[in-house]
Design a protein around this ligand. Structure first.
Ligand SMILES: Cc1ncc(COP(=O)(O)OP(=O)(O)O)c(N)n1
Ligand SMILES: Cc1nc(C(=O)O)sc1CCOP(=O)(O)O
Ligand SMILES: [Mg+2]
Length: 211
């Protein structure tokens, strides 16, 4: 697998998705349970507040040696010197970001087949995300579902590390990895669990079983 994204279980987290514990506690429990990369996704935070919040989360992820990725906001990613940034089709493009002379690892959401032919952006991308594998109440402005066959299809077109996102949990993890995903990104199955550590461990176990 590409050295820049050798991860298997990706926590995508925001304050509002953490139901039973403060975000800092969910981050710690998830890491202990087996999450090996984290994205901070705060969709409604102004940049100065986002930077302050991201610094607090980065202090925890750094303590555990886990990379932190920032969703959407390049100013925040640069301000905290994050490991990476994740962007989608409505955000700054991977080509633009890589042209800023940055070391950021760049993730890019792919919503349908034709976007896989966007070679200019995909060549500037370190991993792609199948967006979504299955529809999810956590993010409703998605287009279609890739499903397991979609994951298989993407792997025939692209050799980029592939992240599956959207209703990834202990029931869907095994088949998504078997279909060809390299990594699973999870929000609610961990953030909304009464036991985030156990939830992460159970998904991680399914991933390892499928590899
Ligand atoms: C790992 C991962 N995959 C997909 C997304 C979605 O990105 P995007 O389409 O830009 O939507 P928002 O998350 O910005 O609402 C993601 N964030 N992370
Ligand atoms: C942040 C995000 N992006 C998606 C996409 O399809 O691009 S789905 C999603 C949320 C995933 O939440 P859950 O794990 O609760 O299903
Ligand atoms: Mg985005």
């Amino acid at each position: 697998m590409n050295n820049k994204f050798p991860f298997r279980l990706y926590l995508v987290i925001s304050e509002k998705n953490c139901i039973y514990f403060p975000i800092e506690e969910v981050v710690k429990q998830a890491i202990i349970g087996g999450v090996d990369v984290i994205q901070l996704r705060e969709k409604n935070m102004e940049t100065p507040t986002f930077i302050k919040h991201a610094k607090q989360i980065k202090a925890i992820t750094t303590h555990y040696g886990i990379p932190l990725i920032i969703n959407d906001n390049l100013a925040v990613a640069n301000a905290i010197n994050s490991f990476g940034i994740h962007v989608g089709q409505q955000d700054k493009s991977p080509a633009f970001i890589k042209n800023q002379n940055t070391n950021l690892t760049v993730g890019y959401s792919i919503e349908y087949k034709q976007q896989l032919l966007d070679t200019e952006n995909i060549k500037h991308t370190d991993y792609i995300a199948a967006s979504p594998v299955f529809r999810t109440p956590t993010k409703t402005n998605t287009i279609t579902e890739w499903g397991y066959h979609g994951i298989e299809y993407i792997k025939t077109i692209s050799d980029k590390p592939l992240v599956g996102i959207g209703s990834m949990n202990k029931q869907t993890a095994y088949n998504t990895i078997k279909a060809g995903a390299d990594c699973l990104a999870v929000v609610s199955a961990i953030c909304a669990s009464k036991n985030p550590q156990k939830a992460a461990l159970e998904i991680r176990n399914e991933i390892e079983k499928a590899l």
